[in-house]
Design a protein around this ligand. Structure first.
Ligand SMILES: [Zn+2]
Length: 95
């Protein structure tokens, strides 16, 4: 494909001739006269994602055993020392 232009709008691009000039609408971006719709790539803007609440993971401290458990993926990957456990350890040590 030979894209010439990225069209960063929610609505699909359209070419409009106005006063002998070519524009992509919406946005009214002036482009080369021989531009075709196939030269324009429609890049839909990203809707900013809602931040994931930290409460998504449950980090538990078992005082009896002195062990920590966390439900996040990092807990398994780090063999029980994910950032949540580290944070909780720090918090417990501070007391
Ligand atoms: Zn974790």
């Amino acid at each position: 494909m030979n894209w010439r232009y990225d069209h960063r709008e929610f609505l699909p691009p359209n070419l409009v001739q106005f006063n002998g000039k070519t524009y992509i609408v919406p946005g009214w971006r002036r482009v080369a006269k021989d531009t075709r719709l196939s030269n324009i790539r429609h890049v839909k803007p990203q809707i900013s994602e809602v931040p994931v609440p930290t409460s998504k993971y449950k980090t538990i401290y078992y005082p009896e055993s002195g062990k920590y458990h966390c439900s996040c993926m990092g807990y398994w990957r780090s063999k029980g020392n994910c950032k949540h456990v580290k944070a909780l350890k720090l918090e417990n040590n501070g007391k």
